[in-house]
Design a protein around this ligand. Sequence first.
Ligand code: FA5
Length: 349
Amino acid sequence: MDSPELLRFRTAVDAARAELARASAEVRDGKALEELRRLFLGRKRGRVTQLFEGLRAFEAAEKREAGRLANDLKTEVQAVLGEAESHLAVPAEAGTEEDLTLPGERPYGGAPHPLRLFQEEIEAVFLEMGFGIEEGPEIETDYYNFEALNFPPHHPARDDWDTLYIGDKLLLRTHTSPVQIRVMEKRKPPIRIIIPGKVFRRETPDPTHLPMFFQVEGLVVGEGVTFAHLKGTLEHFIRRLFGERIKVRFRPSFFPFTEPSAEVDIECLSCGQKDPACRVCGGTGWKEILGSGMVDPHVFKSVNIDPEKYTGWAFGLGIDRTAMFAFGIPDIRLFFENDLRFNRQFRLK
Ligand code: FA5
């Protein structure tokens, strides 16, 4: 027959075991697990610890049985804690394991900027037509940017090119036209080149203007070169870029270095010439993409080319502005925001 003390001890052990089952079922995280450990094995108040302390009250005869009960419970508590811990560890381990069934991550190797792609398309069309490619400096002198191009000092036409000066003598080129002069100084006709490059103007950025943008210049000089060549070549170029059906118009204009001069417009691809409130064309239905004209005889004189013998034509196209229309982009500033989500939309054809 168990003594009343041993009976109470058994009841206490059973109650602790029931509590262990209930509490362990609710363990969801490491913090709860630690609390469970303290509840049963805590050094002062832990259920198992207290049961062991209670052993002292037993006579030797019942001490062994009570000790066995307490020891069994302790083993059970440790097993339950170990089990709970391994369950908690499972999600963490699964996360670090490699899932070979997932699709691989494609490394991003970089890509040319959309404006570079567009410039290459332009170059390809002119290379096909037998043009060469030249380059020139971005920092220029007043002579090349203006004077040799038939802008006398203080001529009001200079105001059309809001210039950024570097001290008294140097400036950031406002167009690619100075490279016409540099090339004609070095080479005699026949000349058939394009000149892509960066240009700078004192402008406030807006949806169609940038203070730094790209142009591509064209220059053809030879005997018997006429305005018909200018028109035919530029029309062919524009149709190669925008498709055969694009509407193109030549509009009389003025540049000091060409005479006669024409600006070239293409139909507004944003509204299809239909929206009187179109934000891209302002309701006119047309967008200017380039300036052009027959090389002025004064320019030939400044590079010692005989204007009686040779004639020529030139053009200057805004690469960024034209790319806007080609890609259907509503705001030119998007090209320079360095937003990879924007840049990655453009790929070589
Ligand atoms: C010129 O710069 C002349 N040098 C073009 C030229 C060359 C005429 C050879 C005759 C012979 P213009 O300032 O219009 O012209 O600029 C040419 C083109 O550059 C414009 O048609 C437009 O497409 C682009 N452009 C001009 N200003 C800006 C700007 N702020 N932002 C972006 N593109 C611009």
